[in-house]
Design a binder for this molecule. Sequence first.
Ligand code: ATP
Ligand code: MG
Length: 283
Amino acid sequence: MKPPERLRPLIEEGLIDSVVRQLMSGKEATVYVVRCGDDVRCAKVYKEANQRSFRQAVDYTENRKVKNSRQARAMAKGTRFGKQAQEAAWQSAEVDALHRLAAAGVRVPRPYDFHEGVLLMELVTDAEGAAAPRLNDVVFGAGEARAHHATLLREVVRMLHAGVVHGDLSEFNILLAADGPVIIDLPQAVDAAGNNHAQRMLLRDVDNLRAFFGRFDPTLLATRFGPEIWALYTRGVLQPGAPLTGRFESVQGPADVQDVLRVVADARDDEAARLLRMGGGRP
Ligand SMILES: Nc1ncnc2c1ncn2[C@@H]1O[C@H](COP(=O)(O)OP(=O)(O)OP(=O)(O)O)[C@@H](O)[C@H]1O
Ligand SMILES: [Mg+2]
């Protein structure tokens, strides 16, 4: 196909040779299949900020590191330079997370380059070499569902051990490759240690996995892996590969009023984000 404008700089730089086709146009990016020498890869072109949605909300970007203090001040003030800096920080967050997670042994698309707002990465494929389907597009038997659920919980643990919470993990952001599930779509990934909302996001990510695979094996619906994983993390004893039980006993004791208020505020934020997502036309 005729290369779209946003991919021209990569062709001029010799990073890609030709554009095969558009794979998908999501709310936040358009994804293309491209050819690089003998390889077929995937190019994710980020949309402009005003076309994007809920994931740039304060709770995701809280405590995100920027390169210098001038940028940080400008971002806080919301100047034009600040908005540009924020935009760049958002876009590069995904390539940063991909490198960090690949190094931690998490199965994510291999990143090749990030240039002019375009992320060039491995095209995740099925057994026939075609672009892999999203989990949402696949039907599983009960045994398969349990196996994939367990695999993905191990991935969540590996991510958290590396200090990262996905923050938007669901059947729409996991592909089923020939060699198993691959987690994608990470521009909103949050720093587990520095973000006050990390716990809520981790629990929601794990709940989404449970709800999805629970459709194929309802026994999964009774599990409580999220609180178990978070408790191990906060005690500093989370180990990738260590067995989990799926059971969790809440500790009874005097209520922490500040904590209750934060949960209430978080639930309100979640609902606002949900309404935004619905408005954004997520399937
Ligand atoms: N590395 C990849 N290999 C194969 N397909 C991919 C890859 N990355 C993205 N896709 C496809 O493109 C779609 C959109 O990608 P992604 O979720 O990263 O962007 P998005 O703009 O956040 O989309 P959405 O709003 O639908 O979540 C994915 O659902 C998937 O089908
Ligand atoms: Mg997505």
